[in-house]
Design a binder for this molecule. Structure first.
Ligand SMILES: [Zn+2]
Length: 222
C-alpha cells in the first residue's frame, strides 16, 4: 500500500498515552481534494484527520497514528459513553467532490486496504468502526449516505447483520447498548438507520428498526 505524506500541523498528544486507539471514524469531505488538503492543514482551521483518500484511491497521511488528530469535534461527539473521541480514535476522510455520485471503486478499495492495515495494528473491535454520523447524531451526516457499510463488513471491516429478530427491549436501551448518544432519540435512530438499515431511514422506532436493533445487539463484540 502506497501512502503519500502530507503533514498537517493540526494535532496534539492523545490524552491516553497508554491506551492505543480503539475506534475508527470514517468521514466524507464534500469538496475537491485540493480544498480538503488546504483545510486540513491550515493552522487557522484547527481540523485534521490521520488519512485522506482521494477519489482515485490515493492515500494521504496527514497526522501520525500516534498523535491526536482533530476530526471528531471536541466535546461534541460521543460513542459508548466516551467523549474526547479524538484521543481514542483514528480518522479517515474520503473526498467526495460536489455533484459527484457514489463512491468510486478505487476509493473504496483503498479504504479497505488502509482499514485492514489499521486493524492489523490496533485492537479496534468491529462495533467501533463508525461514521461521523454515528458519533454525532443530528449534528453530522457524513459519510454521505448511502455508504457501503455492508460491503465493508463483508470484507471484515465493521459490524453487520441482515437479520431481524423480535425485540425484547425498547429502542433507547438498544441504541445505548450499541453506543449511540440518545439525547436526541429521533436523530440517533436516523443515524442507526443510515448505517444499519439503509432501506428504511425515517427516524422512527418502527417494527423493522426495532428488529434490526435487536439483531445487532446480539452480535456486539468487545
Ligand atoms: Zn466528518
Amino acid at each position: 500500500m502506497e501512502i503519500t505524506e502530507y503533514p498537517s500541523p493540526n494535532y496534539n498528544q492523545r490524552q491516553t498515552n497508554q491506551t492505543p486507539p480503539d475506534i475508527l471514524v470514517i468521514h466524507t469531505m464534500n469538496m475537491e481534494l485540493s480544498e480538503a488538503l488546504e483545510l486540513l492543514t491550515s493552522p487557522a482551521r484547527e481540523i485534521s484527520s490521520h488519512y485522506v483518500i482521494a477519489t482515485d484511491g490515493t492515500i494521504y497521511r496527514l497526522v501520525s497514528e500516534d498523535c491526536r488528530a482533530w476530526h471528531c469535534g471536541t466535546g461534541k461527539s460521543k460513542w459508548r459513553g466516551k467523549d474526547d473521541l479524538n484521543s481514542f480514535s483514528l480518522g479517515i476522510e474520503l473526498i467526495r467532490p460536489v455533484n459527484s455520485s457514489g463512491y468510486p471503486k478505487e476509493q473504496i478499495d483503498a479504504l479497505t486496504e488502509l482499514a485492514r492495515s489499521i486493524l492489523s495494528r490496533f485492537p479496534i473491535p468491529a462495533r467501533n468502526i463508525v461514521g461521523h454520523s454515528d458519533i454525532a447524531p443530528g449534528r453530522k451526516t457524513d459519510p454521505i449516505f448511502p455508504f457501503p457499510w455492508k460491503d465493508l463488513a463483508l470484507k471484515g471491516i465493521g459490524l453487520w447483520t441482515d437479520d431481524f429478530t423480535p425485540a425484547a427491549q425498547n429502542a433507547e436501551s438498544m441504541l445505548e447498548a450499541i453506543g449511540y448518544d440518545i439525547k436526541d432519540l429521533s436523530a440517533a435512530i436516523t443515524a442507526f438507520q443510515m448505517h444499519f438499515l439503509p432501506e428504511n431511514v425515517n427516524g422512527k422506532a418502527d417494527d423493522l428498526t426495532l428488529k434490526r436493533l435487536s439483531a445487532l445487539t446480539r452480535i456486539l463484540d468487545n
